[in-house]
Design a protein around this ligand. Structure first.
Ligand code: ZN
Length: 311
């Protein structure tokens, strides 16, 4: 089955049928887990398990379901069914488990999620990002926000339920607006102190209660760089599992180019023409004896700047 590609962003374009209606069907899930085609993708300390040569093509290190017991019997979540109908799961190996002394030690390696994103096919990293976001959520929500008692994983990992007050808790997604301010064919990019030297990116901030995405965008632009948005348009979005953000990419027209920095948030801001932005995306733009560069393709900011610079 071919799926439409809605987004240019890493972690988007999930390749499975999530089969959400199966999550509450215990008998179906039991059969699915026993299906000889069923496989699990292990994560340990939020790092995915990869197979393939370190410098060659890599892929998710899928394992048979029988390995769960030998890998510490941690939480299992149902990712969905692939195009052939095979059920796929993700397993969280307990942090304290000694993976170096396990039966899978020689089969592959656990890698940082950002490093994995640069090495894997789009569908693989989308599944792993989903698994990481779910496991991060489970790890932080062991207790009921309503009554304080313990909660348990239910619905194949897509819900937690409190045994005491019966409250249901669903995986959280935190919306973040990330916006490129543009004015007279130039765009504004900023840098935070902790960025690597020379890197500038689109500005971003969490959406607050009581505001639309457009209002959040306008507020953040004014707070961080003193720019006034006059119109806001949507570009694309990106699930960002660090730990549970939803990056919402926007392009905002602003009414001037005079910046006033909030120095607690933004260390410096610059205006780039489309040609300069293309150079920054390509690896570096020389300016004032230094090199200015934009984030790599793992970041939605890259695609936001690219879409504008190539328009
Ligand atoms: Zn409760």
């Amino acid at each position: 089955m071919s799926r439409p590609v809605f987004s240019p962003n890493v972690f988007a374009n999930y390749p499975l049928d999530k089969a959400g209606h199966r999550r509450r069907d215990a008998a179906w899930l039991e059969n699915a887990a026993a299906d000889p085609r069923a496989m699990l993708a292990p994560l340990w300390r939020m790092q995915p398990f990869l197979m393939g040569a370190p410098r060659g093509p890599r892929e998710i290190g899928w394992l048979g379901m029988h390995t769960r017991g030998a890998l510490g019997n941690g939480p299992l979540v149902f990712l969905g069914e692939d195009d052939a109908g095979a059920p796929l799961f993700a397993l969280q190996i307990p942090d304290r488990f000694d993976v170096a002394d396990s039966p899978i030690a020689d089969l592959g390696s656990f890698e940082d999620m950002r490093a994995a994103a640069a090495q894997l096919p789009a569908g693989d990293i989308a599944m792993l990002g989903c698994a990481k976001a779910l496991f991060e959520w489970h790890a932080r929500h062991g207790y009921c926000a309503n009554c304080g008692e313990k909660t348990a994983l239910v619905d194949a990992g897509w819900k937690r339920q409190c045994a005491s007050c019966n409250a249901e808790h669903f995986p959280r997604v935190d919306p973040v607006v990330i916006m490129l301010a543009v004015h007279n064919d130039r765009c504004c990019m900023g840098r935070q102190k902790q960025f690597p030297p020379g890197m500038y990116s689109a500005l971003a901030g969490f959406v607050e209660p009581g505001e639309s995405l457009e209002e959040a965008c306008a507020r953040e632009l004014f707070e961080e760089v003193g720019l006034r948005a006059t119109s806001v348009r949507y570009h694309s979005s990106q699930p960002w599992p660090f730990p549970s953000s939803m990056m919402i990419g926007l392009i905002a027209e602003v009414d001037g180019d005079q910046v006033t920095l909030d120095k607690d948030e933004i260390d410096a801001a610059i205006w780039l023409t489309k040609e300069e932005a293309r150079q920054a995306l390509a690896g570096g733009l020389s300016r004032d004896g230094g090199r200015i560069w934009a984030p790599p393709p793992i970041a939605i900011a890259h695609h936001l700047v690219k879409a504008w610079a190539e328009s």
